[in-house]
Write a protein that binds this ligand. Sequence first.
Ligand code: ADP
Ligand code: CDP
Length: 217
Amino acid sequence: MIIAVDGPAASGKGTLASGLAQHYGLPHLDTGLLYRAVGLAVADEHEGPAFEAAAIAAARALDAAHLKDHAALTTAETGVLASKVAVIADVRAALFQFQRGFATQPGGAVLDGRDIGTKICPDADVKLFIQADSKARMERRARQLELRGVAVDRYALYHQIEERDARDMLNPNGGFFQADDAHLLDTTQLGIEAALRAAIAIVDRTMALKAGGHQSS
Ligand SMILES: Nc1ncnc2c1ncn2[C@@H]1O[C@H](COP(=O)(O)OP(=O)(O)O)[C@@H](O)[C@H]1O
Ligand SMILES: Nc1ccn([C@@H]2O[C@H](COP(=O)(O)OP(=O)(O)O)[C@@H](O)[C@H]2O)c(=O)n1
């Protein structure tokens, strides 16, 4: 079974994808880490042709070893760099096979990101699109950073997330939108456990309908 989980920054998609993976005994790939690793690799470059060329080279050279420095990969600054390299078509093309390979391993997988249901796994068995309002997302990301001891300017963080979401949604090479057959799950009013229960219910219902030969809605 392949489960695709997409959504904007700090909507909780990674938490849900990880919970679903654990629940169904499937491997999980946080695809944002791939873009973050490429962003981190070009952090010292100035934006322009050299930045693009370095990002493409980094994406082509990427392997699992580059995803281990979780602390450096998950800073807000690396998130911004990730969204800048994510608009480069050749970066996305270079990362496609890694993600596709992960998704199509025997037994299936859970992947979370921006374009999993639209581009990486349009054939996923279940697609979830996770949403939460901007203020809730900012507050979740702020607490996540504060737990690591990072001082957070909430006003600046809010605008940084909005700017990144806008860049992602306008990304001409992206695919960041809710697929027609994706289930929308708004977690604004849901805690982590309630959101996971709702996601599991959607997956179970969708798979039961498929097994019965019906089209899910
Ligand atoms: N439903 C929720 N309610 C409250 N906090 C949540 C919820 N889902 C996730 N979080 C917290 O919000 C932060 C961001 O979640 P994460 O899963 O990393 O988001 P994303 O992968 O969409 O960027 C984490 O600290 C996580 O524990
Ligand atoms: N499948 C994906 C995943 C991430 N990305 C890009 O990578 C950035 C960081 O993704 P992420 O999922 O780690 O970010 P958060 O939503 O966790 O803040 C996003 O803002 C996108 O620009 C993408 O283009 N496609």
